[in-house]
Write a protein of this length. Structure first.
Length: 331
């Protein structure tokens, strides 16, 4: 029996899949906001902030797992060095805390494709989280091994685990050429897997991701309602499955604006992926869409690859984390 933690630390959400190899896998999701505890105020009614996760980062108290707009005088990181930031480490400690494990045999996480292709960056992340971590004043966690995957690969492993050939008419196996598309908040990543191997020259990262899409949706809302909502307000609505937000006291339905923004970005997204595939002499056999932004970009990808079967696992937001767990458990 081994304790496995798959942890997907995004720019918008923290997703984990955890459990022992002889039991069930549990998943959990929290917002990916994290900042020093002194950057958070108290509630206006004096009640406790019961949704806070309190962790330590190098002996400094942090609060993690909350919406990024809750912290005062603290900007969330939207850059390629995210994995080096204190906020990232706070979220890693929050994931360990949520798992309830004191001993983790294998921790598996991911990096955007452009960062995964840098061996030094992978090695740095693996080294950083092996060993003992003091995650709260009274709790420590020991991590025996860390594995780092290209972000979309976790989603592919999850899809393969749950695929149903009778429903899709297609079985993804080692013979298949699979294009995996993983739209996140900061970056949209894709990998081509052929004969079970990652084709690095045909894989890549675009920064035209969910954050850009939500910014465009906000601009469309401003054109109709005279005021621009924050990206965080739209992000929180999507995360909590809310259909509307308040703009200057008026309730605004957001689905139409997000759809319009998705359509406006469709050609840019498709062109970036198709350009990277020009080096290939053979087309992919199937496209697998995973990750939290999969539904935003589904239509664009289906139109770009109209001759291919485009499939998606159940609960795609958890796909990378579940796939990370599978890698830790069975690799």
């Amino acid at each position: 029996m081994m304790n496995i933690l798959g942890i997907d630390i995004g720019y918008s959400n923290l997703k984990i899949a955890y459990g022992s190899t002889d039991g069930d896998v549990t998943t959990a999701l929290r917002p990916a906001g994290a900042a020093p505890s002194d950057r958070f105020g108290s509630r206006f009614d004096g009640r406790a902030q019961d949704d806070f996760l309190h962790v330590l980062v190098d002996d400094q108290p942090f609060i993690a797992g909350v919406s990024s707009d809750r912290a005062e005088m603290w900007e969330r990181s939207l850059h390629a060095d995210y994995s080096k930031t204190p906020s990232y480490k706070a979220l890693m400690h929050a994931g360990m805390l949520m798992s309830g494990m004191n001993e983790i045999d294998v921790l598996v996480t991911g990096l955007p494709v452009s960062q995964f292709n840098d061996p030094a960056k992978r090695a740095e992340l693996e080294k950083k989280f092996v060993g003992k971590h003091q995650i709260t004043p009274k709790r420590s966690v020991n991590v025996n091994q860390v594995k780092v995957l290209a972000q979309p690969v976790g989603g592919l492993l999850d899809y393969i685990e749950q695929q149903d050939e009778e429903k899709t008419g297609f079985l993804v196996d080692d013979d298949a050429r699979v294009l995996v598309v993983d739209p996140g908040f900061f970056s949209l990543d894709w990998v081509l897997v052929s004969n079970g191997q990652l084709q690095r020259q045909s894989s890549g990262t675009s920064l035209k991701a969910s954050s850009v899409l939500l910014e465009q949706a906000a601009r469309f809302i401003a054109e109709d309602y005279g005021a621009t909502p924050s990206t965080e307000s739209l992000e929180n609505a999507v995360r909590n499955n809310k259909s509307s937000i308040l703009i200057m006291g008026q309730r605004v339905q957001i689905e139409l604006y997000i759809k319009k923004a998705s359509e406006a970005m469709a050609s840019v997204t498709a062109d970036a992926i198709q350009k990277s595939l020009r080096i290939e002499s053979v087309s992919p056999d199937v496209v697998v869409m995973v990750g939290g932004g999969a539904t935003f970009f589904e239509k664009a990808v289906r139109e770009a690859f109209s001759k291919l079967k485009v499939v998606m696992p159940k609960d795609p937001v958890f796909s990378p984390a579940r796939g990370f767990w599978l890698m830790g458990a069975y690799a």
